[in-house]
Design a protein around this ligand. Structure first.
Ligand code: NDP
Length: 391
């Protein structure tokens, strides 16, 4: 079958040629590999459609960790996953398709079922997985920390990674409602996240992006006032169309450069950011939806009201961030770490899609051959919403 990812020989060739991977497209290749063998608790899926996530950009760039190292970490945590140890790695964490083959222990699902993949892999025998699976030591993200990801003709997953495809969505639309929607749901709505409530003011960075476009909709659905930050008119218009109450075009308003070269806070810029919020009529900010990291995390904490919350799941601009702790403890704020979502949260989030309350924002539907080029576009910040591939 065909697949997109990396192989050890492809990587070695780059290393021998001393070619640095500067763009995601340089770190991904087409593979011709055998069909994955399924275990008794797994299914083989004929992939109909997949969607791009930033984790594949990180995989291609080998930043901050090489994909083969990530997979070997998964095997260390899950010794029975030795079948993932191959000389290739298939990327991709969002897929939708039809079950082609089901293992002998698969009871809830059958051949022919139309399914969306939930990208959390866990050892269900680990006690923590029964409470909140993301906290289990064995937990990994499928297609990032494991092999056999979405960008292939067929993929394989555990039966506990399956969700029923919403009938009201096309294959393409359904391929992009798992990873970023579930993540945003846990961050904002779940008891494990910031628990937005009606009347709250929520500031959302990258608000037209994969996470942000779902975050706006979830916050509005909860009755919050949304302050969306996005770069450029096209993205600003998307935020408005999703119901954002205030949209700050960070290009137009020179809303950036919040840290000095050494990563320390530029307090003057922070103060100006607060003044800009006032100018836009933004009152006390209850919650900040963070994923930018180094560039904005300190500012996010500064901008939040006393007793407010910053919830973060990523660090696109760098994971070594400086925060001024005074704004944390003196103002009794909370910094909440969040990562993907457990199965229940993913299903609750998808239910909102099934009920027509949340919709995916589709940037484009492409042939899978466009994957490398779309990854570069995502890396350079050109993308809004979700990029989809038909297989
Ligand atoms: P997108 O590329 O779709 O959107 C990210 C947006 O962030 C960009 O479009 C940009 O918006 C904004 N941004 C990037 N850099 C800066 C900056 N320096 N200052 C302000 N805004 C910036 O990506 P996703 O939303 O899908 O993912 C975002 C991050 O979250 C990635 O690092 C990803 O790996 C991570 N992630 C983590 C998950 C988890 O479970 N832990 C799950 C999903 C994603 P604009 O230019 O318009 O302001």
């Amino acid at each position: 079958m065909w697949a997109y990812g990396t192989s050890k020989s492809f990587r070695e060739k780059n290393i021998r040629a001393k070619t640095e991977i500067n763009l995601p497209s340089e770190g991904i290749t087409v593979l011709e590999v055998g069909l994955p063998e399924i275990k008794p608790d797994e299914v083989l899926i004929k992939v109909k459609s997949s969607a791009l996530n930033y984790n594949s950009v990180w995989s291609s760039l080998s930043k901050p960790v090489d994909p083969f190292k990530l997979i070997s970490g998964h095997i260390t945590r899950n010794p029975s996953a030795l079948d993932h140890d191959l000389d290739y790695a298939i990327f991709g964490s969002d897929a939708v398709g039809v079950i082609e083959k089901a293992g002998s222990e698969v009871v809830q699902w059958k051949v022919g079922d139309e399914v969306v993949v939930h990208c959390l892999v866990v050892n269900e025998n680990e006690p923590a997985s029964q409470n909140d699976s993301i906290t289990a030591e064995s937990q990994s993200i499928w297609g990032y920390e494991t092999n056999f990801g979405a960008f292939a003709e067929f993929c394989k997953v555990k039966q506990t990674q399956l969700l029923r495809k919403p009938e009201n969505l096309t294959w393409s639309e359904a391929s992009c409602i798992s990873l970023t929607l579930s993540t945003a749901f846990r961050m904002l709505i779940s008891k494990n996240g910031a628990q937005v409530k009606a009347g709250d003011t929520v500031l959302i960075w990258g608000a037209a992006g994969g996470l942000g476009s779902f975050a706006i909709q979830l916050a509005k659905l909860a009755g919050a006032k949304v302050v969306a930050v996005a770069a450029g008119e096209e993205k600003a218009n998307i935020c408005k169309s999703l119901g954002a109450d205030v949209v700050i075009d960070r290009k137009k308003h020179d809303f950036g450069g919040f840290i000095n070269k050494d990563g320390s806070p530029d307090y003057i810029k922070w103060h100006k950011a607060r003044l800009l919020m006032k100018k836009f009529g933004v009152g006390p900010i209850d919650i900040v939806f963070e994923h930018v990291g180094r560039e904005t995390l300190g500012l996010s904490l500064y901008l939040t009201r006393k007793g407010g919350k910053v919830v973060t799941c990523a660090a696109s601009s760098g994971f070594l961030a400086t925060i001024d702790l005074r704004y944390l403890w003196m103002d009794v704020k909370k910094l909440i770490g969040s990562h993907f979502a457990n199965y229940l949260e993913a299903d609750q989030a998808m239910d909102l899609v099934r009920k027509g309350l949340i919709k995916p924002i589709v940037h484009s539907i492409n042939p899978i051959s466009a994957l490398p080029e779309k990854m570069d576009a995502m890396y350079s910040g050109e993308i809004y919403g979700k990029v989809i591939f038909e297989h």
